[in-house]
Design a protein around this ligand. Structure first.
Ligand code: ADP
Ligand code: MG
Length: 253
């Protein structure tokens, strides 16, 4: 049995009388790329918000690597190795692509000494370390050539890659991606998927919310489907491909 990196137990969240996430219990195995699918309004993004502390659950628990993390703030979860991107990226438009990445919280560099007590030389060293790391992750996501461009001027697909770069600054063991391919051209989507698979081979676990069923079936395993806040399917990609209910709901029959 694969080790569970993240699990939820009866996780729930309502908005007024409306149950957006309704008693979701699941386990994410370390080393997988899990696909989280479901129609618009199924509660997928809300579920991510509950995992990452962006929203507080009404009930239920979230466990990360054996530790109860329910309700912990995003900054703390980040320190514990969980990174996430948002469905709609919001970079600082007038800052450069590189500056946007440099502003992301980092895992390794610059955290041992408290800022105000640094000498000028230490500050310069720290800035250089962060800049070097930011450049490295930008090269990795193929945005190196755009480092000095204003972040507001890059394409929607490039903004998704920029989001991934920001997340990678934290060296997360688990990355949650909210619709990484939505609105992204096919070439950049392939680039993004290639990078996700490369990181996955190096040990990073992914949970990916995605609408493109073809993409999910090809790259995600296992697959979990939500509808009206509940899990309606959970299984391997092969099982998903032959599940009558899922096919009805997604493949336009
Ligand atoms: P999905 O990501 O699966 O498309 P969401 O999690 O964004 O779905 O939304 C699930 C439902 O919860 C939707 O009906 C949405 O309108 C509602 N919802 C999400 N966030 C809020 C909020 N902050 N306030 C009120 N309703 C919300
Ligand atoms: Mg959503």
């Amino acid at each position: 049995m694969a080790e569970t990196v993240l699990s939820t137990h009866r996780l729930s969240r309502s908005f007024g009388p409306f149950k957006a996430v309704d008693g979701v219990s699941l386990e994410i195995a370390r080393g997988t790329i899990t696909g989280l699918i479901g129609p618009n309004g199924a509660g997928k993004s809300t579920f991510f918000n509950l995992l990452t502390g962006a929203l507080a659950p009404d009930a239920g628990t979230v466990t990360l690597a054996g530790q109860d993390i329910t309700g912990l703030p995003p900054s703390r979860l980040f320190e514990l190795g969980m990174g996430r991107t948002f469905q709609i990226p919001r970079p600082f438009a007038r800052m450069s692509v590189l500056e946007n990445v440099m502003l992301a919280p980092t895992g390794q560099v610059g955290e041992t000494v408290w800022g105000p007590f640094l000498s000028r030389k230490q500050m310069r060293d720290q800035e250089r370390q962060i800049r070097d790391k930011a450049m490295e992750v930008l090269e990795f996501v193929t945005l190196g050539a755009l480092a000095d461009h204003p972040a507001g001027k890059i394409s929607g697909g490039q903004m998704k890659l920029l989001e991934l770069a920001r997340v990678l600054m934290g060296d997360p063991a688990l990355i949650l991606l909210d619709e990484p391919a939505a609105g992204v051209n096919p070439v950049l989507t392939e680039t993004l998927i290639g990078k996700i698979e490369e990181l996955n081979r190096q040990g990073t676990t992914f949970v990916i919310i995605e609408h493109d069923m073809d993409l999910v079936m090809r790259h995600c395993d296992p697959i979990i489907a939500l509808s009206e806040g509940r899990i309606v399917f959970q299984g391997s990609a092969d099982e998903a491909m032959t599940d009558a209910g899922l096919l009805d709901a997604y493949l336009g029959t």
